[in-house]
Design a protein around this ligand. Structure first.
Ligand code: PLP
Length: 396
């Protein structure tokens, strides 16, 4: 028996793993000191917990401890990276390159910089008919960089269609030109192996609640050697995190985030295999039951090109919003308007060439650690019934 409602929106957020919660609890109770209190044992204990977590997290992503700054999440990390580089007096120029399919936590700070006089270039991505749907054209990136380019920011994994950008090649191009590279890795951390040195990035953002940790905590990796990246802080105050992020640290969140990432990387290959099987079962079931459905994003067998847990499909002649509303027991999301706090239809689906109708007709499934085969079968059943009903109503 499936316990309802069923959650399949793991790109939006994930449930805190009970083991993570267990590791966090002492930090609300016995170890409640302020890690900034350097004069007593309460502060020392909290600081020890924070620094042990920093060591764990840095080790898991191939960084050094001094290269990690704790933030409230990826939105803040992205803002700190982008505005931090661009607000430096000694930065190189005023040209910034990004992709059209970035999250709003990248696009909005960049739009603001555009209004302040920066020249922001939004690279297109390959469309649905291309073998690398959703990826940027590396030649176009190389050709776009000039002496005036001060930053490139390209996400590692897309939150709507799951496409992975070729960050290693992107970093080679940026390094050759001496341009700092930031990546929003929010959907990738905990889902694919991450080694910042291997990726060659200078700045990398992540958020704990996307990988079974608590909300309101995240981090920014900032390269400290060859070359050392210098940032202007967003917030001023107590001078925590080397002056880059003032404000009392969040020890329960930090401890939870480190525990969460540790659990993700302990069984990553097996979990990805399991998620791939669930996703394939879901797609096969939908294909088998419903006519005129279309996969958005890279082919499912292109394993190098996509996250294992993402499935984004459009159902022609159906409104995604109406579809979601008719499935109260299934939590997914849609590329149609009004599905989130942002009233625009998905800019990502448009960027890969979908028209407004097909954008509106899309559903995004985000599978996760707690999903089962039975839940996938339940989802197939729910979507099949609802699409059938909505199409029948339209044809009346
Ligand atoms: C790719 C990407 N970047 C940034 C964010 C923002 O993360 P947060 O809301 O945790 O700050 C999200 C969250 O949906 C995301 O998917």
């Amino acid at each position: 028996m499936v316990s309802k409602p069923v959650y399949m929106d793991n790109h939006a957020t994930t449930r805190v793993d009970p083991r993570v919660l267990e590791e966090m609890l002492p930090l609300f109770g016995e170890v409640y000191g302020n890690p900034g209190s350097v004069n007593h044992v309460f502060g020392w204990d909290a600081a020890d917990a924070v620094e042990a977590s920093r060591r764990t997290l840095a080790g898991l992503i191939g960084a050094e401890e001094r290269e990690l700054v704790f933030t409230s999440g990826a939105t803040e990390s992205n803002n700190l990276a982008i505005r931090g580089v661009c607000d430096r007096k000694k930065r190189k120029g005023s040209h910034i390159i990004t992709a059209r399919t970035e999250h709003h936590a990248i696009l909005d700070p960049l739009n603001q910089l555009g209004r302040r006089g920066f020249n922001v270039q939004y690279l297109p991505v390959f469309d649905q008919n291309h073998s690398e749907t959703g990826r940027i054209d590396l030649q176009q990136l190389a050709d776009s960089i000039s002496d005036d380019t001060c930053l490139v920011s390209v996400m590692l994994a897309n939150n709507e269609i799951g496409v992975l950008q070729d960050l290693q090649e992107i970093s080679r191009i940026c390094q050759a030109a001496g341009v700092p590279l930031h990546t929003d890795a929010t959907q990738a951390v905990g889902r694919i192996p991450i080694d910042v040195k291997h990726l060659g990035v200078d700045l990398l953002s992540f958020s704990s609640h996307k990988f079974y940790g608590p909300k309101g905590i995240g981090g920014l990796y900032i390269r400290k050697s060859r070359p050392s990246i210098r940032l202007e802080p967003l917030m001023l105050g107590g001078g925590q995190e080397g002056g880059l992020r003032s404000g009392t640290l969040n020890p329960p969140g930090i401890v939870g985030m480190a525990a969460a990432l540790k659990y993700c990387y302990e069984g990553l290959d097996d979990e990805n295999e399991r998620l791939r099987n669930l996703r394939d079962r879901l797609y096969a079931g939908l294909l088998n039951n419903i006519d005129h459905i279309f996969l958005n994003g890279p082919r499912l067998d292109a394993t190098q090109l996509r996250l294992t847990n993402n499935l984004n499909v459009s159902f022609s002649n159906v409104d995604g919003e109406a579809l979601m509303m008719s499935m109260r027991d299934l939590a997914v999301s849609s590329g149609s308007a009004c599905s989130s706090t942002n009233p625009e239809p998905s800019h990502v689906l448009r960027a890969i060439g979908l028209n407004d109708d097909m954008t509106r007709a899309s559903l995004r499934f985000g599978l996760g650690r707690f999903n089962t085969e039975e839940e996938v079968d339940f989802a197939i059943e729910m979507v099949t019934q609802s699409v059938g009903r909505l199409r029948a109503l339209k044809n009346l």
